[in-house]
Design a protein around this ligand. Structure first.
Ligand code: FAD
Ligand code: EPU
Length: 338
């Protein structure tokens, strides 16, 4: 166990922001985490549990302890005819876990292939893509309460999952370190191929018989075609959430902009594409200095090299203002701003 001081976080966040952590340490067990928190008095300072840093925009140095979760390991909890209950350490790479499950024929998360980041962060915003969210296969998680220093188990209901939401982004923000997550995966796959261009991609891949492997590959192909690779261009995926608007507001916008698409949510609202709104306000492909709005997917803000977190944040403010001015819709950020 080693606590380092004044460490650059540049290689620990996918935006590539060169901020400094006053203290930095890695941990690979809950006991180690406890020891570390106790050994350093960071009362009233900003402590942060860090995964892959793929959903964070650092706008300043971190005056506290940054703890990088490196708890790995996979454990089969239960195996029956229909399901497999599988537990994974929070420090495990999410995509590696998806590949492991595909390799073993465990179905349910193939549509979530290639999402960057760690296992432990996956429930924080209920990661989702191509018609699947982790709440669909989530069973429970274990977490460590940072102040009370005790382990707590969260059931599905405890997490209060929503679109890019959970209790860990709200009521319990920064209070817990998630240490493992357990999923209930299917032995007999239920395929989700209706979202977006999956069917089209499967067709162009020449797939005649569906499989979880083929679906994951289709998803990876689509993602690679429109999302920037963070190791080449700094980004944190979608910067904003897709907004929900009333049916009346949707009809009104559609009367002037026939290309708008949306889908009905369970609470009788219309979910619309923030990327479309941003494109319509002229930001797609915009670049100023090293900040930019990606030219293949307007929902992704990028750092072409030396942009600062504040510059990216300011760009996001301008985009919010433009979209609000033109459509009367206020975009909400999806990325965690620190
Ligand atoms: P971090 O960025 O390290 O942390 C995010 C938040 O979670 C922080 O508040 C952090 O303190 C907290 N946290 C992290 N680990 C723990 C833990 N163990 N315990 C407690 N708190 C913790 N997201 C999607 O949902 N769908 C997508 O399709 C998608 N595509 C993406 C594409 C790209 C190119 C990129 C760069 C990002 C994308 N994302 C997507 C966003 C991101 O990958 C996910 O939100 C991911 O779950 C973040 O994981 P992380 O480990 O990098 O979290
Ligand atoms: N669109 C545009 N212009 C753009 C981008 C998108 O008009 O520049 C419109 C198009 O009509 C397109 C529609 O938006 O058909 C949807 O685009 P896409 O399929 O790329 O998905 P998204 O709604 O922009 C969401 C998630 C992604 C996730 C994909 C696939 C959010 C905030 N984003 O993006 O998640 O991978 O769907 O399911 O919900 C992330 O959270 O970081 C992320 C990348």
């Amino acid at each position: 166990m080693k606590i380092q001081e004044n460490i650059s976080l540049k290689s620990f966040n996918t935006f590539g922001m060169n901020v400094v952590a006053r203290y930095f340490a890695t941990f690979n067990s809950a006991d180690q985490l406890k020891e570390m928190i106790e050994s350093i008095d960071t009362e009233n300072k900003e402590d942060l549990i860090l995964g892959g840093g793929s959903n964070i925009l650092f706008t300043k140095d971190v005056d506290g302890l940054v703890l990088k979760n490196e708890m790995e390991g996979i454990e089969i909890i239960e195996d029956n005819e229909e399901h497999i209950y599988i537990k994974a350490g929070a420090g495990m790479n999410w995509h590696q876990f998806v590949l492991y499950c595909i390799h073993h024929g465990y179905a349910g998360i193939e549509n979530l292939a290639l999402i960057p980041g760690s296992m432990g962060a996956s429930p924080i915003q209920n990661i989702g893509a191509y018609g699947v969210e982790i709440k669909d296969v989530f069973c429970s998680l274990q977490a460590f309460h940072l102040k009370d220093k005790c382990n707590v188990v969260f059931s599905h209901a405890d997490c209060d999952f929503g679109y890019r939401e959970s209790v860990f982004k709200n009521k319990f923000k920064n209070q817990f370190a998630i240490t493992s997550v357990t999923f209930r995966l299917n032995k007999k796959p239920i395929y989700h191929v209706t979202y977006g261009a999956i069917n089209q991609e499967l067709e162009s891949m020449g797939i005649r018989e569906l499989s979880i492997k083929a679906i994951a590959q289709a998803v990876m192909n689509i993602r690679n075609s429109k999302l920037p690779n963070p190791s080449v261009i700094g980004n944190a995926g979608s910067f904003f959430k897709n907004p929900e608007i009333s049916n009346e507001q949707f009809t009104l916008i559609k009367s002037s902009y026939s290309s708008i698409t949306g889908y009905q949510t369970t609470n009788n609202m219309m979910k619309i594409a923030a990327g479309w709104l941003i494109e319509q306000t002229g930001w797609k492909g915009f670049r100023e200095g090293d900040t930019g709005c990606f030219d293949k997917q307007a929902l992704v803000l990028v750092n072409y090299g030396k942009a600062t977190g504040m510059q990216i944040f300011e760009l996001s403010e301008k985009i919010i203002r433009s979209v609000h001015q033109k459509f009367g819709i206020t975009l909400q950020r999806e990325v965690n701003i620190l």
